[in-house]
Design a protein around this ligand. Sequence first.
Ligand code: FA5
Length: 339
Amino acid sequence: MAKIDEIAASAKQRISAAGSTAELDALETEYLGRKGALSEFLKGIGRLAPEERKDAGQRTNQVKGELEALVAVKRAGLSSGDRAAQLEREKVDITLPAIRPQHGLQHVLTNTADQIAAALIGLGFERWEGPELEHYKYNFGALNYPDEHPAMDDQDTFWVDDEHVLRTQTTAFQGHIFETRKPPFRIFTIGRCFRHEAVDRTHSHTFHQVDAFMVDEGVSMAHLKGTLGQFARLMFGDAVQVRFRPDFFPFVEPGVDYAITCIFCGGSGCPVCKKSGWIELGGAGLVHPNILESYGIDAKRYSGFAFGLGVERIPMLQYRVDDLRHFTENDLRFLKQFT
Ligand code: FA5
């Protein structure tokens, strides 16, 4: 009897301490298997005194039942522990912030173009889109450039064939409008232009311009100055004033270049405006009567104004961008600043 109790005590202690199902399987075989400790003990019962056999047999069966129950409980515990370990291994921390997908954002030049368009539409102008590949006629001929005129040298041109060029100025849209519309009209266009230029901080072979023009009865330089002033104030703030200085463009007479009071110093002079108090923006003037007449418009009755400027120039001023190449280099560190 003492022997079976010893076996039972050691089996219970070892089964309770088993750390894995594999260890438990081995203990189950060791004690409860066909050749296990209990079977061996039962085999020896025949050698006991007859009066002890019955008790020993009953006690062995009792121990067998207890050990089987203990193994079952332990197995359930271990396998739930295994599941817990598996869950721990496969755990996904859903409280971690998700990896955000990259969102594109509108390019700073598109933002500027939208701002320009909103200002000009507010001033009563219609938007028009023109081709980037232009017939020579629209880029130069119809704009009153005499053949071989040196003014064309200012706009070093990419020729595609003898008759077609990549437009050097959005002013090229005027001919398309004159061919299809009769005054009065107020129209503008914003688009890409190309010049065969040495690239530096303020010049590129590819850049954008906005051109606007209006033709009606009695349009004068005063209308031009008022419109440009209002346009500049919408773009740069209420305090801005406009200055005209004579300049030459074959398609306007008189022609001017125009500047705004420096938006950084208000006109008192600073490094940005090179102490002049003014920042040049573009060219303007009254539509040349030769152009009106060439499209059959009576230049005694009708007159018009036109102005153009570089789009890159605007965010360069607004955000103090020192090199226009940043706009096209696609460096996200630069572009992400303009949300
Ligand atoms: C013209 O292109 C005229 N068509 C403007 C005009 C329109 C005058 C209507 C009169 C009436 P200009 O060549 O100066 O003018 O160019 C105008 C603006 O375009 C410049 O002030 C500058 O801001 C921009 N620009 C010209 N060339 C480049 C370039 N290579 N890179 C970046 N911007 C340029």
